[in-house]
Design a binder for this molecule. Sequence first.
Ligand SMILES: [Zn+2]
Length: 66
Amino acid sequence: MTSKTLKSIPCPHCKTPVVWNSNNENRPFCSESCRNKDFIGWANEEKVMKGNSLYDDVLSNELLKD
Ligand SMILES: [Zn+2]
């Protein structure tokens, strides 16, 4: 939680570390496959997100863009 240059988070589906940058269109997932598999279940598990400010801040912004 102290990374300064590259922000990296575990893929919500398979826990593979994912570097967070604008070139990673599958973020926060490691791949399109994980993204597609996990999205519905992830949306139904808001409780997992509660208290995780990284996901709250970044993902709510991403979702609003769509
Ligand atoms: Zn993954």
